[in-house]
Design a protein around this ligand. Structure first.
Ligand SMILES: Nc1ncnc2c1ncn2[C@@H]1O[C@H](COP(=O)(O)OP(=O)(O)O)[C@@H](O)[C@H]1O
Ligand SMILES: [Mg+2]
Length: 438
């Protein structure tokens, strides 16, 4: 019998028992094989009407939608399947093909890699070529690769490269560096080691910079994990990714494990597609507690611009039990940061004090922008004269006029949380900074 004959006899049989799910499914699958995609889709839909959430029918419908060019339908169905944990190889293969067709190459590469992890012998010539060729030709994939949420680095900076932040440095020293250096003393006094520090404050004020420098300070590896990267991987897979992250840190200790954008794990999310399940939060808490696997030798730091979105369970002892406000740099700190930023640049008699005075409310990142802007101006000027001249105070002061501090916006919303949701004084530091009496 050829395909057409089989199709006809299945259709006849279905006339006798129109609601026979296995029979209908078989007809739909054979129509798919015969490349009658539209008709196959209709039959898969009927199966789903009779037996909602039938995974094979969903997969079949996704496949026929894909081949008839309905990419977004295919994606919606596949993501639903994955969310319901039907992570079969077939589902993933189709998913990666649809992603390629959609142009979502980094994500497609990620899925392709996942299939190969599942089945090391798996190889698809087309997918392999499409994903690798793009990787070389336009670099977009390369960039995504360096953003691999599990990547390790050995930072070359230490506390000397961080201007100001003395109090935060001291806290890190006491809470996480000392225990790493003298575990026996802590044991002798029966003081439990563990728990992390959560840094919060306006963007650009050195949270990530300090975390990286902490790793350099103790000569440890650094893992910089953006929670949003983990969530974006796609639904249902985040728990596994998170566990892998902790495992990688455990097998590379000593290691500073830094979680950025940690508020993304918060309960109140506006973006429904990214709503984090209780599963992931519980898994995160269990990993932090280190009951099943030891976290010895791992220093845990977190950062957020929006601590109020974070589930309070994260603040319990042994988790992020120190919450530190990282304020915009004060006069002294701005001087130090400017010195650091200009350290290896051609400069002459810089009056750091006066520049710091003119840059109130500037974040470290704003100061970095100031230096960049000034250097651009100097470069521009040197094109006409052909001579590079050193940077002077007046060059920097001129550039200051063209910039605005970026920290004010953050304070306008932080102020409200500190005033009206100041959970047992948690945000008193913000009120102090704003000179608001408690
Ligand atoms: N205290 C500081 N000392 C030196 N450089 C700083 C400092 N704070 C910020 N910077 C500079 O600003 C940039 C942005 O800071 P970052 O750590 O990314 O801010 P955050 O993580 O708080 O948003 C850093 O890469 C660094 O160049
Ligand atoms: Mg940061």
């Amino acid at each position: 019998m050829n395909l057409e004959e089989i199709i006809n006899s299945l259709k006849e049989a279905l006339q006798l028992s129109p609601d026979n799910v296995p029979l209908k499914l078989q007809l739909a699958s054979i129509l798919l094989q015969a490349k009658s995609y539209e008709e196959a889709a209709t039959h898969f839909q009927e199966v789903l009407r009779l037996s909602p959430n039938h995974p094979n029918a969903q997969l079949g419908l996704a496949e026929s939608s894909f081949y008839s060019g309905k990419l977004s339908t295919a994606i919606v169905i596949l993501e639903q399947l994955l969310e319901e944990r039907h992570e079969s190889k077939k589902v993933l293969i189709l998913y990666s093909k649809v992603l390629v067709a959609e142009g979502a190459l980094p994500k497609a590469a990620e899925v392709y890699q996942q299939i190969q992890e599942m089945d090391p012998d798996y190889f698809d010539k087309d997918l392999d070529r499409q994903l690798k060729v793009r990787q070389l030709s336009d670099g977009s994939l390369m960039e995504e690769e360096t953003k691999d949420p599990k990547s390790l680095e050995k930072p070359s900076i230490n506390f000397d490269d961080v201007g100001g932040m003395e109090q935060v440095k001291a806290e890190i020293e006491l809470k996480i560096i000392k225990p790493l250096e003298h575990p026996e003393l802590y044991k002798a006094y029966g003081k439990k080691i563990g728990g992390g520090i959560l840094l919060y404050g306006p963007p650009g004020c050195g949270k990530t910079h300090l975390a990286r420098a902490t790793a350099g300070q103790v000569n440890a590896q650094f893992m910089n994990i953006g929670i949003n990267d983990i969530l974006d991987m796609y639904h249902g897979n985040s728990e596994r990714k998170l566990h892998e992250v902790f495992e990688k840190a455990r097998s590379n200790n000593p290691c500073v494990l830094f979680f950025d954008e940690i508020d993304a794990l918060g309960a109140s999310r506006t973006d429904m597609r990214k709503t984090v399940g209780r599963h992931l939060i519980n898994q995160f808490l269990a990993e932090l507690d280190g009951v099943k696997y030891s976290n010895e030798g791992i220093l845990i730091l977190g950062a957020t611009n929006a601590p109020w979105h974070l589930d309070p369970a994260f603040r319990r002892p042994g988790r992020f039990d120190r919450i530190i406000f990282v304020a915009p740099p004060d006069q002294d700190s701005r001087e130090k940061i400017l010195e650091i930023l200009l350290k290896e640049k051609p400069i002459e008699n810089i009056d750091y004090k006066s520049i710091a005075k003119k840059t109130k409310k500037f974040s470290g990142a704003d100061l970095q922008a100031l230096v960049d802007l000034c250097i651009e101006d100097k470069l521009q000027a040197s094109f006409t004269t052909g001579l590079p001249t050193p940077i002077h105070t007046k060059d920097l002061l001129k550039a200051v006029k063209r910039l605005k501090p970026s920290t004010e916006e953050w304070f306008s919303s932080a102020r409200n949380y500190a005033l009206y949701a100041n959970d047992s004084g948690l945000y008193d530091d913000i009120l102090d900074y704003l000179n608001i009496s408690k």
